[in-house]
Design a binder for this molecule. Sequence first.
Ligand SMILES: [Zn+2]
Length: 116
Amino acid sequence: MDFVKKYFLYLVRWQLSTPILAIVLKLLSNMSTLTATIIANLIGGLIFFWVDKVIFKKTSDVPLWEIKNNVTCYDCHKKSKGYRIVLWGNYDRTDDKNPHYRCRDCSIKKMHTIAK
Ligand SMILES: [Zn+2]
């Protein structure tokens, strides 16, 4: 996502928090302004943490590789230096609990399947 698009989305997201803030402050108008604002911001934070996470999600135009020594290739089971693509466009394996490493040849084949 380019910078201008991301910035615009972020400004729209701030406007979305306006009605939530207004409604909560109206509903809690019997409370002190400070307490009502704290509660409204807590509700906003619970919702917009997830929205912001999507807006600021990292993407990469070029593949980000992780290289590890002495691994068994996931595809051909050969012992060698292992490669895997961690991040590339929408392909995101940054939180992969069980990452698959491949030998040089198999990792290039895998890269072509991701590129499709
Ligand atoms: Zn292999």
